[in-house]
Design a protein around this ligand. Structure first.
Ligand SMILES: C[S@@+](CC[C@H](N)C(=O)[O-])C[C@H]1O[C@@H](n2cnc3c(N)ncnc32)[C@H](O)[C@@H]1O
Length: 57
């Protein structure tokens, strides 16, 4: 898919995915100590929001 196709896809609904983080992200990150993270290709940001909520500061 090119960027136009992604933009069109995300423009079609409020949420394309659930608002819950991806289960594989949750599974693999849950065991890590909260710190600094970058979420590439974040889509609607569900994983980034979850990661930010784990801030250990
Ligand atoms: C299947 S969605 C996954 C979104 C998010 N990671 C999630 O789990 O909800 C793929 C994402 O990758 C982005 N993407 C696709 N190709 C990309 C590229 N070449 N550079 C940066 N982002 C890209 C899309 O814009 C989209 O946000």
């Amino acid at each position: 898919m090119d960027r136009t196709a992604w933009d069109e896809r995300y423009a079609s609904k409020d949420y394309l995915w659930t608002v819950e983080p991806n289960r594989f992200v949750q599974q693999h990150v849950a065991q890590l100590t909260p710190g600094t993270a970058i979420d590439l290709a974040t889509g609607e940001g569900r994983n980034a929001v979850w990661l930010a909520g784990r801030d250990g500061r």
